[in-house]
Design a protein around this ligand. Structure first.
Ligand code: ACO
Length: 371
């Protein structure tokens, strides 16, 4: 038996959802660069779930179904109100709320493809409602009802802030959602697939995936990037901050990747967005600091920024609270998790690897009174 720490380089499944080949990321064969420039998030989700880009009619129908599903069961919302909202991380709240959605869906264990697709639409819509409601409730604000004529990105900002977003903010969130939607067999997607490969239900798979995304080595990195930028404070402190961090052998959040060694293709889009949005807010220092860190890390460590690095200053510039960065990642990645869950159900086999035993050798049992 041979072991590979962290399963590096192990091909654990076949998939037709997304691919990373020679550093190029595609969803169903479409380059992420094209999707980021031209597609709406809803179009991207349709592509991930149905395997093809929608026609105008198909997209309109899909959007209609999505819009009709934003309302969260009152029981789930009542429970959410009881969470210690100001003492917990929103990712913990979102994870628990998604799990409880399964309690109030009588089709939770219906494994038909139709039921699973309907649940997917419902979960995608409700996740944005839950994130926005969590944020407003902990601030002592009223929950905002969704507006059905808005896009997924626009409606989220509306439910979060209580007013319709400007075009630039809506476009920025839309693009960020497209860029985060899927990413081959990343840690949270693998978690989702392992979970549902036992033929457990879709809510369990997504709940497990949210738990995996929460960690700082995965989706939790974007929030920590902003914490780091805030600690650096000013551009001129960047070099000394990084020197100290590297001397302490700390991981610099937002850099490095298990798969990409020549750069994450999503980062350039977010870098441009960071430049544009910090220019609008006038807080260009977040972009300049990020750029400086990027240069220093590339030159000193050969490590390049990943998707989480520039997304931090993008979300910050949009006025989003820092601990909502990872929940927004989840609102997008849930589309990828669900595409993979549907694919797993379609051609399932239990996922059960082995472990190489390195514990004590054979031992003789000593009865408790003689130990
Ligand atoms: N800062 C400093 N050093 C780093 C970093 C970093 N961000 N990333 C990797 N390294 C170093 C490691 O210390 C290690 O050095 P060593 O061989 O001298 O011990 C070497 O590079 C290899 O790193 P691993 O952690 O073994 O690489 P792995 O492929 O397991 O991890 C990961 C990839 C988790 C992304 C890692 O680069 C990291 O921790 N980055 C920071 C957290 C982060 O940004 N996560 C988001 C990833 S993207 C996403 O999930 C959405």
């Amino acid at each position: 038996m041979t072991t590979t720490k962290g399963l590096e380089g192990i091909v654990a499944t076949t998939s037709s959802v997304s691919s990373i080949i020679d550093g190029v990321l595609t969803y169903r064969g479409y380059n992420i660069d094209d999707l980021a420039e031209h597609a709406s998030f809803e179009e991207t989700v349709y592509l991930l779930w149905y395997g093809k880009l929608p026609t105008e009619k198909e997209l309109a129908e899909f959007k209609g179904k999505l819009s009709s599903q934003y309302a969260v069961p009152s029981e789930v919302m009542d429970m959410l109100k009881q969470y210690p909202l100001n003492d917990i991380h929103p990712m913990a709240g979102v994870r628990t709320a998604v799990s409880s959605l399964g309690l109030y869906d009588e089709k939770a264990d219906d494994m038909s493809e139709e039921a699973n697709l309907n649940k997917s639409i419902s979960l995608l819509a409700k996740l944005s409602t839950i994130v926005a409601a969590f944020s407003r409730l902990r601030d002592g604000k009223e929950i905002i009802e969704p507006k059905e004529n808005l896009s997924y990105a626009g409606n989220f900002l509306y439910m979060l802030n209580g007013n319709e977003p400007d075009e630039i903010s809506e476009k920025a969130i839309n693009k960020a959602l497209v860029l985060h939607a899927d990413h081959e067999l990343n840690a949270s997607t693998f978690t989702a697939r392992v979970c549902v490969a036992t033929l457990s239900d879709l809510y369990s798979g997504v709940t497990a995936a949210i738990g995996a995304l929460k960690g700082p080595l995965h989706g939790g990195a974007n929030e920590r990037v902003m914490k780091m930028l805030s600690e650096i404070g000013e551009v001129e402190n960047t070099e000394s901050y990084l020197k100290d961090a590297l001397e302490r052998k700390e991981k610099v959040m937002g850099f490095g990747h298990r798969v990409y060694k020549d750069g994450d293709p999503r980062a350039k889009h977010l870098r441009e967005m960071s430049k544009q949005l910090t220019g609008i807010t006038g807080e260009t220092k977040w972009y300049e600091m990020s750029l400086k860190l990027d240069e220093l890390m590339t030159n000193q460590k050969g490590l390049l920024p990943n998707v989480d690095f520039y997304s931090a200053s993008v979300y910050h510039s949009l006025g989003i609270k820092h601990d909502l960065f990872t929940p927004i990642f989840a609102m997008s990645r849930v589309s990828g998790w669900l595409a993979h869950i549907l694919e797993q159900y379609d051609n399932n086999r239990l996922i059960r690897p082995r472990a190489e035993y390195i514990g004590p050798p054979k031992q003789e049992f000593i009865p408790i009174e003689k130990r």
